[in-house]
Structure formats: C-alpha cells, structure tokens
Design a protein around this ligand. Sequence first.
Ligand code: FES
Length: 149
Amino acid sequence: MNWMPLLVMNGLLLVITVLLGVADRLLVTYGRCRVTIRRKEGDQSFDVQGGGTLLACLTEQGIEISSSCGGKGSCGYCKVRVVEGGGQILPTEEIFMSRQERSEGMRLACQVKIKNDVAIAVPDLLEIVRQMAVNNKFDTRKRWRVTVH
Ligand code: FES
C-alpha cells in the first residue's frame, strides 16, 4: 500500500493547524475582558487580557477549578455554568455534557476562550460530593454530572 498521499495529507493538515494557531495568537487581539463570577454571597469580577481560556484565567486568579487533564479537554471535570458570553458550546465539550447540562449553559472551562465579557457560576464540588454521599448516588461508572444554581 502506498502511504505517501496519506502522509502528505496529514502533513498539510498539521501545517494548516499550526498556521491557524500562530495567526490566532499573533493577529487576533480581544482586548481587556471582564470575567464575573456569580456567587450566592455576591459577584466577584476581574479584568483579563482576552484570548486565554477561562480555566487559565480562573487559575491565575486563585480560583480552583477541578481538572485532571491540565486543560486538554479530556477529563470533563472543569465544568462551570456560563451565564453570559462564552459563545457556542464546542463539539469537544458536548461529549461530557448531559442534555440538562447543555440547556443550563454548562461548559468546560478549559475549552471556553475569553473573547468578550463573560459571567459564570462555579459549582461547589464539595457540596455536590456531599450530596452524592448523603443520597447514596455516587456511581464511579457514570460521567461526572454537575448542576449549578
Ligand atoms: S481540564 Fe480536563 S476537560 Fe477541562
């Protein structure tokens, strides 16, 4: 079998992907964006340079978000509810979301690129796990499902 066309096609796709990534980094500026975290006890806001991921900016601000894949979009633990902004959910996120989570605006923080002002609600994971234990509903075979009110 001749592998050359396949190798050339994969090489071309790799070059295009790298060029798009470089162009996005160097040519596109989003300016300053306001990130607002909605909490029961009151909102918290801070400004960041647009273009980074929500997970990265929250981590820089000392706000802990669960993550076991380091922001690669493969663990599904970094769920937050996007209340305003954030754009459309990506196909890479949909596999981690139930229909209910999608309808509630849940997103993977590592996949949300900050391009404009955004408002989010961060799940209280300790309380979620506590409720799972109290209700005896923890099942390690199921995907991690989160609801933020
Ligand atoms: S950090 Fe793993 S999916 Fe977002």
